[in-house]
Design a protein around this ligand. Sequence first.
Ligand SMILES: [Zn+2]
Length: 298
Amino acid sequence: MSIKTISKSALCAIYKYSGVMGLQEFLARARGRTFASVLLFHRVTDATPEDGLTVGTERFRRICGMLRRSFRVVPLAEVVRVARAGHVIPARTLAITFDDCYRDNLDAARTLADHGLPATFFIPTAFVGTDHVFDWDLGLPRMRNLSWDETRAMARMGFDIGSHTVTHADLGNVGIEQARHELTESKRVLEEQLQRPIRYFAYPYGERWNLRPEIVPLIREAGYEACFSAISGVVQGGQADFVLPREAVPYFPSVLNLELHLTGCLAWMYALKRRRAASRQRSSVSRSALLPHSVAHS
Ligand SMILES: [Zn+2]
């Protein structure tokens, strides 16, 4: 473990156990500034090193323990309900989601079940039961996809299943007809395979530019009750948006660091970092403006 990691973890512990975090949360609650978070995981495996898409199995178990102890983990439907009801959201409300149908999601589901935690798994239907490899996984150890039997087993365990299109299509870059097919066919196949209504949709790649605005009404028309992005943010009471943000589980050196992040207590630090980065950028632009043209553009 590096010195930087140890000092970050120590700072988080001081922040929590000195009472600063508790005070910040108390003030937020007093002002009615509570929110819900929707966490986004992809794979839980030890087959590849941890990264933006991968959480190791032991860390996942520790994350589940922390979430059970410290958060009010609810089904995704409850987040949508409280967001639209306009009530003050109970503090530390959180839902868990997974994208992309990796086979290791079945083991993750068992770990979630051991901890009594609900979750929603968003599935691109064309890849279930196939040996399809995502472009970003080429060169990594082979990771299997869920089969339909495994997906049904997860549904029987009480987990919610949502659509992630048919072919993991980029809805910022397809025609209207293909978008309509991706939305309706994935819902039809999931409902046929699982014999239950599919209520939620998460669009692939999840950034702002991966969902053209004219496609949003098609998601409603297809019968989905809400759509989820991978744009970082929180859900607030009274938020009537059809497209809701999710928080991709970032790589943190410690589970305590993740807890602090999810409480929103570190928001001031992120804002400070962004301001500093912006001012560094501005000063480097103004310095380059002072350089002779040929040097500035070399
Ligand atoms: Zn995806």
